[in-house]
Design a binder for this molecule. Sequence first.
Ligand code: ZN
Ligand code: ZN
Length: 377
Amino acid sequence: MLTNRLTRLTTALADQALDAVVIVPGANLRYLLNVSFHPSKRLTLALFSAAGGRPRIVLPALELGGVRAQLGDIAHFYPWTDAAGPTTELLEAVGQVFRGRRARIAVEHTVMRVMELRALENAGRQLGVELDIVDATPLLAQMRMVKDADEQAAMAEAARIVEQALRNTIAQIKPGVTERQLSHICTQEIMAAGAEGESFENLIASGPNSANPHHNVSDRAFQPGDLIVLDCGAVYRGYASDITRTVALAEPTPEARHIYQTVLAANTAARNFVRPGVTGEQIDRAARNVIAAAGYGDFFLHRTGHGLGLEINPCHEPPDLVAGSNVPFAVGTTFTIEPGIYIEGVGGVRIEDDVVITEAGCQSFTTFDRDLMIVPV
Ligand code: ZN
Ligand code: ZN
């Protein structure tokens, strides 16, 4: 599995006339080497050469034991001590990768810090190599968008965990409980169900607050007649789930019911539209058409979905399901489908599922009941 990813990386580097890519701890490194580091101020870099071969990892000596236990001999290690500093080891590693007078290297523009960039630039200067530095983000995003069987299994488990937690959380809804209390309950249930963590801070929006798709949890207490939006996710083996269900506390108004049925129809239409070769724009339109036909077009305030995998917070991974997203999706692409309607003074509904494109069309990792659940008072 990892060898396969490294081979694909080497090919991608060659295709783009890059000499190397330099990765810092984070989702990309986890993807390429299945290794996680403690967040640290100490210089840590992994260099992957277009020539292939084992990656070279410059790291604090105190991390060596833990990292080697995870990686074995898949990489060359260049450990540096606090007393000596990283310069010598970095030069040693970089000298093996940047050969010749010029090197075209890719780094993660949104992840790498100035500290790491300066260290690389200094190393290049000392070695007499002129560096041409480009963004590695598109290349890695492209690789990560299609998930292999192992990744899909982790995502299915992340969905199973969050659904168990969601069931237990909904069971604790009653009049007088506040959004904040239910949010804490949701966090505990996610951890109790076996998650490594929450994918993001869960969102509980009730009554009038449900009309805000990005509501910040408040101390509002639930009342009969409320719509309650619950949006939460679990992390399992680094992979995230992300689910939203909207429930009613006691019988909702006829309008709330109508909104719910419209969002459900949009969610269903979008999922039914998913197949190999479809674009994000097409799926977005499938959901949007249903909502517009019901007269709520102006109240669907966001894109239909976003990519899902190792990263969800603070940035979603590609693709986006929105107008202008015109790259055909391949089998193995994973994303959310989450249409919603939000009307101030009335309330809001969102129904969100996590899906993967299969040869046959679409498989949903989330299987939680989508019909309107009415919590009795
Ligand atoms: Zn969500
Ligand atoms: Zn989402």
